[in-house]
Design a protein around this ligand. Structure first.
Ligand SMILES: [Zn+2]
Length: 380
């Protein structure tokens, strides 16, 4: 049994905020400067690497930044907080370290249109006092919508400001937080990334699944999808290069962002309940499954959402003293009877329910979730 010790973890808390016009302008400038510094430093590193076979250090990039600020051409870099500019050099350094260690591809340039607009402020570049957050060179405190309170007594260490494609501003506050593991739970559960529902569990959890064990999509999703289709049709009708097309594109981005936000909230609630009520959680590694999967049917859970679920389960299991088992060998989880172990010769994808020769009646996905659980417990 794991010892129930409190652990200190870094946790990010993300909120929307509404900048004043002056703050919005200064932040947009900061984003632009940060992108420029990143691209310029990347260019210099690439030149040193390809022409001279030399690796540039962070200190060298940092010295170059100081020199750029002294030139007439790039003097404007001195008008924004220097910390976000230093931070992009640190990120670039990390990207090259990963590249040289063969963990990542060669770093790419940041584009104004495609890259996320953001700026990162470390401790020296913001003040946090009486629940108000102010950033360097940005005038008064940010007007933040505290959709949930920051936990009592936490100390922010890094603040990241960003703007998404829908034009919404966010501030992400990284804090050291103390997590206490939960008391051990009795339950064990297997999860199938099903076709007919978002997720299917080997046993139902009240308030999260229906009586069979299925987790449905968030209830607003259907209406949001209709709204998205309408916005996309409207965008397709707008003339290229017109102002109305830009507006229509922002509208599409806004609906997309809303769907993603709601889905993430939903997945947070679901994964927290799963981890809370079960000591062992078994999932299937989808890359293995996808090798043999039929792609004709639309999946209820996209691969991106499934990755998110897996990440949430991984860190929540670590936080709360639970065990996550990932079954990474493919096995016929749908075609195997979870009651007697007999293998069905074939089970077309449109067959949602079936009865085994042993008499057991199965829902396809629940049966698969039970088999995943059994495989995980056996593998453990
Ligand atoms: Zn059977």
């Amino acid at each position: 049994m794991m010892c129930a010790m409190a652990q200190s973890v870094k946790r990010a808390f993300k909120y929307r905020f509404y900048p004043t016009p002056e703050q919005a302008e200064q932040l947009a400038r900061t984003f632009g400067c940060a992108r420029l510094v990143y691209n310029k430093a990347l260019e210099e590193r690439s030149r040193a690497y390809t022409r001279e076979g030399r690796r540039v250090s962070y200190e060298e990039s940092s010295a170059a930044l100081t020199a750029w600020k002294r030139t007439e051409e790039l003097g404007f870099l001195g008008e924004v907080s220097s910390v976000p500019l230093q931070q992009v050099l640190r990120h670039l350094q990390a990207a090259f370290t990963n590249f040289f260690a063969k963990r990542a591809k060669y770093p790419a340039f940041k584009s104004r249109k495609k890259s996320r607009a953001s700026a990162e402020y470390t401790r020296s570049a913001f003040t946090w006092r009486d629940g108000r957050l102010s950033l360097a060179k940005l005038g008064g405190p940010l007007d933040i919508v505290w959709s949930r309170p920051l936990p009592e007594g936490v100390e922010p260490s890094t603040v990241t400001v960003s703007k998404d494609a829908a034009g919404r501003w966010f501030v992400s506050i990284l804090c050291a937080d103390t997590i206490r593991p939960l008391d051990p739970a009795d339950g064990v559960v297997g999860i199938d990334a099903g076709i007919s529902s978002l997720l299917t569990l080997s046993r139902p959890i009240a308030g999260v699944t229906d009586a069979a064990g299925k987790v449905a999509n968030p209830c607003h999703e259907r209406a949001d999808r209709r709204r998205l289709a309408r916005a996309q049709r409207a965008l397709a009708r707008k003339e290229k290069g017109s102002g109305n097309r830009v507006k229509a594109r922002v509208r599409v981005a806004r609906v997309h962002a809303r769907i993603a936000d709601r889905r993430r909230d939903h997945l947070h609630k679901v994964t927290t309940s799963i981890v809370r009520e079960n000591q062992v959680v078994v999932i299937e590694d989808l890359t293995v499954r996808n090798l043999v999967r039929n792609h004709r049917l639309a999946r209820a859970i996209s691969d991106a959402s499934w990755r998110e679920v897996r990440i949430m389960l991984e860190y929540k299991a670590a936080w709360y003293g639970r065990e996550l088992v990932v079954v990474d060998r493919w096995f016929p989880s749908s075609k195997l009877c979870s009651a007697c172990g007999a293998l069905q010769p074939s089970l077309p994808l449109d067959v949602r329910e079936w009865v085994c020769a042993c008499g057991a009646a199965h829902d396809r996905d629940v049966n698969a979730a039970r088999n995943i659980l059994a495989a995980g417990l056996a593998e453990r």
